[in-house]
Design a protein around this ligand. Structure first.
Ligand code: TXA
Ligand code: MG
Length: 340
């Protein structure tokens, strides 16, 4: 019990990885870095251990977990069958930020898949994650290491802020490179379907497979312009209201909120080359965001965490283009906030 009251944060040395593997073998949970975001891991085949993930996050039991593996053979043992499409994509993209949803094998307990017949699997492209899974010898179920509905963590401190005192250990591997979570691809039916957009777009995956991959765009809860956040199935929100729109729309809204003497209580997340109107530039906390989508993704969650810790009244965010390569980012932003 004692270990649960205090959370150890340790730089991911070989000793720390071995200590983390010991905890995991004893049925504990440990947060670890991946190339996308930090995950909260437990033995995917141990019901009690997986139960601790749901408890620590306050995650609803109907939301399935992604199982992380260290190689393709380990993935094959978790599924009823391994289709050719999975083989093609795994050979091209693993280790990397894409998760396959496939019919689960008996060894995967119901709690891991939220009672469903399919399991999400991926091989993360991070040496610490891979070494940890190898040291354990079993696959790790790992959702993002944050309290349910909060922004995903891209640094060990983010994990600590969200789950400190609720988990025994965080392996600190520095900031995550990818920034947004993996693309979730359903390979269990006749049609390949993206369930959650990420950095790999439907077009890119279609080209690799030589067949159509359906986009997540038709999902109601991914639509931009946005439905009200209450209608979203899930949202990953900062505590500070996030308002998303084009710069002219932001300016209009800004004028209704901000008085002439408003202290620096409003943030502006804006592209690096957008010209900020004078009245905003003198009173806002300004965060410049990259025009390149991959760089933007890398910076997105860290920026939201940083702004959210400053007691601001609102975060205004310049909406990215509606292009396919921005769909993962637009998905996360639309879940985090509200369209102006
Ligand atoms: O990049 C990532 O995917 C990170 C790192 C830690 O690997 N993980 C992550 O996990 O984002 P989580 O639990 O925060 O999000 C997993 C998403 C959820 O939207 C969940 O509903 C979906 O994947 N998912 C998992 N298993 C599924 C399944 N069998 N069928 C459909 N969706 C599934
Ligand atoms: Mg998550």
């Amino acid at each position: 019990m004692d270990t649960l009251n205090k959370t150890r944060v340790e730089a991911a040395s070989a000793e720390a990885i071995s200590a983390a593997a010991d905890l995991l073998r004893r049925g504990e949970v440990v947060a670890f870095p991946t190339e996308t975001v930090y995950g909260l891991g437990a033995n995917a085949t141990d019901e009690m251990a997986v139960g601790k993930i749901f408890a620590a996050k306050g995650r609803p039991s109907n939301n399935p977990l992604i199982v992380h593996v260290a190689d393709i053979e380990q993935a094959k043992r978790l599924v009823k069958y391994w289709p050719e499409d999975a083989e093609t994509l795994a050979r091209a993209l693993w280790p990397g930020p894409v998760t396959f949803v496939l019919p689960k094998a008996e060894c995967v307990p119901a709690i891991t898949t939220a009672g469903g017949e399919t399991v999400g699997i991926r091989m993360p492209a991070h040496p610490v994650a891979l070494q940890l899974i190898e040291a354990c010898g079993f696959p790790l179920a790992a959702p993002s290491a944050n309290r349910s509905n909060y922004i995903s963590p891209t640094m060990a401190q983010h994990v600590l802020r969200s789950l400190g005192g609720r988990i025994p250990m965080v392996l600190d591997g520095g900031p995550c490179e990818g920034g947004i979570e993996s693309t979730v691809l359903d390979l269990s039916g006749d049609e390949c379907r993206i369930l959650r957009p990420g950095l790999f777009s439907a077009n890119f995956l279609s080209a690799l497979l030589g067949k159509k991959v359906a986009d997540a765009g038709n999902r109601r809860d991914n639509d931009i312009p946005l439905l009200s956040p209450g209608q979203l199935l899930t949202h990953y929100s900062p505590t500070t209201p996030l308002l998303l729109g084009h710069i002219d729309r932001i300016l209009t809204e800004w004028e209704t909120i901000s008085g002439p003497d408003l202290p620096k209580k409003i943030a502006l997340m804006i592209f690096e080359d957008t010209i900020v109107p004078e009245k905003m530039s003198s009173s806002a906390v300004i965060e410049r965001m990259p025009r390149n989508n991959e760089h933007y993704a890398q910076k997105l969650f860290a920026t939201l965490h940083h702004l959210d810790s400053q007691n601001l009244k609102a975060i205004f965010c310049e909406a990215p283009p509606a292009d396919a390569e921005w769909s993962g980012i637009n998905d996360r932003l639309s879940r985090a906030g509200k369209l102006l």
